[in-house]
Design a protein around this ligand. Structure first.
Ligand SMILES: Nc1ncnc2c1ncn2[C@@H]1O[C@H](COP(=O)(O)OP(=O)(O)OP(=O)(O)O)[C@@H](O)[C@H]1O
Length: 457
């Protein structure tokens, strides 16, 4: 064991059977992560593969030099390393979010290409405190006690396919730096970390002031409480979904009328928000206040309203949710990825896109084709047709070949429901809730956590 190794018991809760990708920027936290993880694997899983990956976003000239320094360190320590460049077009607005999205995509692709089962990042307790304080400053906590303030989860499922673990979330940055100094290993300082134009460095500076340690402790304790509240609320909402929700036809959710009278109003509103976002294909949950108002209307009597791109239609037989017909995606060539935020297209490469009879397109089934389909059971025919009309279908010119993913087209393409609010990032706090929505909609089950500790049960 390395003699100044900080207490890193969290490594032992991660399953490294299928190896690990260590995301290493070259900063102190991820450099320490790399060395500590290597020591842990050498000790307890010597056959497990370790691949260090550095993403060069192409945004700072020093990034290439930093990546080479990581490569050199890896070569010295016998660790496989890859530098991957983000070569795509860079947006003029929302650059940090786009860079983050690209970073996780590239890390996931690297893991998949090497058959590796988990990505680990160097997020620390300091990052956690900063995140919570930033969210508090933005007022995220008002929305729902326990959600925004939970901070970063110990594990997050990316793109519904690979887990990102954060084993250093309980470790202070200062301890990691002390460890690196002791090991005589240097690191790169990212100038944006101290640039007061950015929110995080400003918060970081506050944590370094007189009452910084106290504020740090308060933020971490708040995050812990908020995380367990969020998890509990998610479980209660999941139970309501299991009890009251069904899917009579693709894209159509039916809530039993008893849902509107559920005693646990807080959980019912939360379940409603998640179902609205999932049905509409929207990543962000609809506003708390608007959702509360909608729920109150549901209690009061029949209604037909739209929220989060979802039509809510109450009938004698139930409360029905389906994607509204406005702003559906236009016909487009098949491509792997999320379609309308709510359907996941895979294996699209198997299609011959430009055959002689015209390119295959993915587009909504549309009202005319939906009218020819037989109605579902347990739902008004008009609502089944409205839901089906918004389902993705394969087209050649004006000829509809059938639902994308149907038996007739399945050989070439796979389309499965995506649980929109969690399709890109599913924090382990929300595992049970996301699992309930997946079961309801027929989405693939959530892949098992890379550890036994944060179990979905
Ligand atoms: N360029 C990079 N290459 C590889 N890994 C990176 C890179 N940048 C960040 N990471 C990984 O992400 C962790 C957090 O980094 P940082 O705090 O700079 O990113 P962030 O954008 O705040 O985090 P998040 O990705 O969660 O938003 C690092 O410890 C490292 O594991």
């Amino acid at each position: 064991m390395l003699d100044t190794e900080p207490d890193l018991s969290d490594f032992s809760t991660i399953d490294f059977t299928n190896g690990a990708v260590a995301a290493v920027s070259g900063g102190s936290d991820s450099t320490a992560l790399l060395l500590l993880l290597k020591a842990h694997l050498d000790r307890s899983a010597p056959t497990a593969r370790l691949l260090a990956v550095t993403i060069d976003h192409g945004l700072r000239p020093e990034a290439a030099v930093e990546a080479r320094a990581v490569a050199k360190l890896c070569a010295e320590r016998g660790i496989a390393h890859r530098t991957i460049s983000w070569s795509g077009a860079k947006p003029s607005t929302g650059l940090p979010a786009a860079a983050r999205e690209a970073r996780y995509r590239l890390l996931a692709e690297a893991a998949q290409a090497h058959g590796i089962g988990v990505i680990v990042t160097g997020h620390t307790a300091d990052d956690q405190a900063e995140t919570v304080l930033m969210r508090q400053a933005r007022g995220d906590g008002r929305e729902l006690a326990g959600r925004g303030l939970a901070g970063m989860a110990p594990a997050t499922l990316y793109d519904w396919r690979i887990w990102i673990a954060r084993p250093l979330l309980g470790v202070r940055r200062a301890a990691l730096r002390a460890f690196l100094r002791h090991e005589h290993v240097g690191w790169a300082e990212d100038p944006t970390n101290t640039d007061a134009h950015f929110e995080r460095p400003r918060i970081r500076a506050v944590l370094g002031e007189d009452r910084g340690e106290q504020r740090f402790a308060e933020a971490i304790s708040l995050a812990g409480r908020a995380a367990s509240e969020r998890e509990q609320l998610g479980r209660r909402a999941a139970a309501l979904i299991q009890k009251f929700a069904s899917q009579p036809a693709p894209g159509l959710i039916r809530l039993d009328p008893g849902f509107a009278n559920a005693d646990d109003t807080q959980a019912a509103v939360y379940a409603l928000r998640v179902l609205l976002a999932a049905t509409g294909g929207v990543a962000l949950l609809p506003h708390q206040e608007r959702s509360e108002a909608l729920f109150a209307q549901m209690r009061a009597g029949p209604l037909c309203a739209t929220l989060s791109r979802t039509v809510v239609d109450t009938r004698r037989t139930g409360i029905f949710l389906h994607r509204e017909s406005r702003d559906l995606p236009p016909a487009a060539p098949l491509a792997a990825g999320l379609w309308d935020g709510r359907r996941r297209v895979t294996e699209a490469e198997a299609i011959t896109l430009d055959d002689s009879s015209g390119a295959l397109l993915i587009a909504p089934l549309g009202a005319a084709a939906a009218a020819k389909r037989s109605a579902g059971i347990g739902a008004p025919a008009s609502l089944v047709r409205a839901a089906l009309a918004a389902e993705p279908a394969l087209w050649r010119g004006s000829e509809c070949l059938g639902f994308a993913g149907d038996a007739t087209t399945a050989a070439a393409i796979a389309v499965s429901p995506a649980v929109a609010p969690f399709a890109r990032f599913l924090p382990s706090f929300d595992l049970v809730l996301a699992g309930a929505v997946a079961e309801l909609t027929g989405a693939p089950p959530v892949p098992a956590l890379p550890s036994g500790r944060h179990s979905a049960g």
